[in-house]
Design a protein. Structure first.
Lengths: 115, 449
């Protein structure tokens, strides 16, 4: 039986875009307090369905990483998509694979700057 | 009934007391001194240090000082003069004596959105400072010879802030449809409300979309969503750098109906990028220091700056700031990035996401962005493209903007694009303007509907 999270229960009034890492982290805490701890759900046997209401126009990468960064890294891209289903507008759903890839980038700052 | 001589004497004594008290009060207001015993006897309160100024302002009026706005008040086009202008203005306005302002835009031909906001903030702070001391400061001014500047001032800038109506000016100096010509947007927030940046990003992009509708266009949903994401990234970045949850950021937008140009500015005060990146807590400090050593060993850039600023540059603080800020722009560089496996190890992608997005959505050759933080100004016009290189043991692709022909961070950046400013801006501004490529727009309305 999948766990279903209705994000509409947690949205602030006037919120039409899920933006910012701190905001993603704050949602993660709010969800955990309501019994939907992402860190626990990633280890659960059942699938988790996150329903983002249609009035949410977009979710940016930082928000996604604030919410799911560790879950993606623990589960890998394929494991994450098996464990978590995000139901949202087509626009948001199309973005998720890119965000998942961004969560898997591992090059260190020294690698990047080549110092 | 006749007053008794005793009563008359009492009245006379009281009158004398009041006369002397008034005289002494005037003396104090003019800056004179009194013995403590006299102050007690005549029940004179401790002197307000501004009493004297208030007295003089009331009787003689304050002097007017002329503030001449530059011909080109733009960090992008005229960084050195603009930076000096703001510093001089700040110094002048922080004086302990108040003065009225006579602001001359007469020769102003170009006024940036962020620059206009900074100027208005300084003037409003000056007025508020003296208003709080019950010394009203007057502001008058001269408008520009350039219509577009006046249109902008009326729809966004100081004239709007001060509530000066367009009827005050001759029609030859502004366009009658100035309000439609320059539609503007302002919002603000702080990291205390984590949802506020989402709300502001949506408001800013819906504002641009509404402006485009006036011209019969509309953004395609993908462009709209991507722009909201991108604005959210830079506001989030601004919040994180400022270091204080009470520091406010300001998101500004302005659309010119004639040129279809979108101007935006995200302004925040607080810690600069350099201060955050070079902090002891920063996880990027060691690696950036290493690369700085490599760069400063190449004397060319340093020598050019010394030539530009003369000997003073040698003693200027934080000459390395522009180099650090170039590093901060790179994909995956962040003062808060943690090692793999911990929360925050994917930080540092937002700024490059934003720059990459503007690169994609702009009409070729129209984007002019700048990143001002502390002593550093970086001009981004995409003359040097964003390059992708494979890095690390997994050969993952990362985006780079090196600001040099080699496209390599180990070479010095072009000192026309990466600039050291002697005057420090106490915070960070990411601002710019661009035209949206037609590919990202749909023709929404037929003419007349």
């Amino acid at each position: 039986m999948p766990t279903t999270i209705e994000l509409s229960r947690f949205l602030a009034s006037n919120e039409k875009a899920l933006v910012g890492r701190d905001n993603g982290e704050s949602y993660k805490k709010k969800l955990a307090a309501a019994g939907y701890d992402i860190d626990v759900l990633e280890k659960a046997a059942d699938k988790t369905v996150l329903i983002i209401p249609a009035e949410i126009l977009t979710m940016n990468k930082s928000f996604f990483l604030g919410l799911f960064e560790l879950a993606v890294q623990h589960l890998g891209a394929a494991g994450f998509s098996q464990k978590f289903e995000i139901r949202a507008s087509d626009y948001i759903v199309e973005k998720i694979p890119d965000y998942v890839q961004a969560a898997l980038l591992r090059a260190s700052q020294r690698d990047i700057l080549g110092a | 009934m006749m007053a008794t001589p005793r009563l008359l004497r009492k009245i006379e004594r009281k009158r004398f007391f009041r006369r002397i008290r008034s005289r002494l009060k005037r003396r104090l207001r003019r800056g004179g001194r009194l013995r403590a015993a006299a102050k007690t006897k005549y029940r004179l309160k401790p002197v307000d240090p501004y009493d004297r100024i208030r007295f003089r302002a009331h009787h003689k009026g304050l002097e007017f000082r002329i503030v001449k706005i530059l011909e080109n008040l733009s960090y992008f086009e005229n960084p050195f003069e603009t930076s000096v202008f703001f510093e001089s203005l700040q110094v002048a306005l922080s004086k302990t004596t108040p003065f009225n302002l006579d602001i001359s835009h007469k020769t102003t031909k170009r006024l940036g959105l962020a620059e206009s906001f900074l100027f208005d903030q300084l003037i409003k702070q000056h007025k508020a400072r003296w208003d709080a001391r019950r010394i009203p400061v007057g502001v008058k001014g001269t408008i520009s010879d350039v219509k577009d500047v006046n249109n902008f001032l009326l729809s966004f800038g100081l004239l709007k802030e001060l509530g000066i109506p367009p009827a005050k000016f001759a029609a030859t100096h502004l366009d009658p449809d100035y309000e439609k010509k320059f539609v503007t947007h302002k919002s603000q927030g702080s990291s205390q409300q984590s949802t506020q940046k989402g709300i502001a990003s949506v408001a800013l992009i819906e504002y641009f979309d509404n402006c485009l509708r006036v011209n019969g266009f509309q953004m395609i949903p993908k462009a709209k969503g991507d722009l909201i994401n991108a604005m959210g990234e830079i506001i989030g970045n601004a919040e994180e750098h400022s270091g204080n949850p009470n520091n406010e950021w300001h998101a500004l937008g302005c659309y010119n109906k004639d040129t279809h140009r979108c101007d935006f500015a995200i302004i925040n005060y607080g810690r600069t990028i350099f201060e955050t990146l070079s902090d002891k807590q920063s996880t990027a400090v060691d690696v950036v220091k290493d690369i700085e050593t490599v760069l400063l060993a190449q004397k060319e850039w340093y020598e050019k700056l010394t030539k530009l600023f003369g000997d003073k540059f040698k003693f200027a603080p934080h000459q390395e700031e522009p180099l650090w800020n170039v590093m901060a722009l790179q994909d995956g560089i962040s003062s808060k990035r943690t090692a793999g496996g911990a929360v925050g190890n994917t930080r540092g992608q937002g700024l490059m996401d934003f720059l990459g997005f503007i690169d994609g959505i702009k009409t070729e050759g129209t984007a002019e962005l700048f990143l001002l933080s502390g002593h550093s100004l970086i001009k981004i016009d995409y003359e040097y493209p964003i390059a992708k290189h494979a890095v690390g043991p997994n050969k993952e692709m990362r985006r780079f903007l090196a600001f040099n022909k080699q496209g390599d961070l180990h070479y010095l950046p072009d000192n026309e694009k990466v600039i050291y400013l002697r005057q420090k801006f106490p915070g960070t501004i990411l601002a710019g303007s661009f035209n949206i490529d037609q590919l990202y727009l749909t023709k929404k309305f037929a003419k007349g509907t």
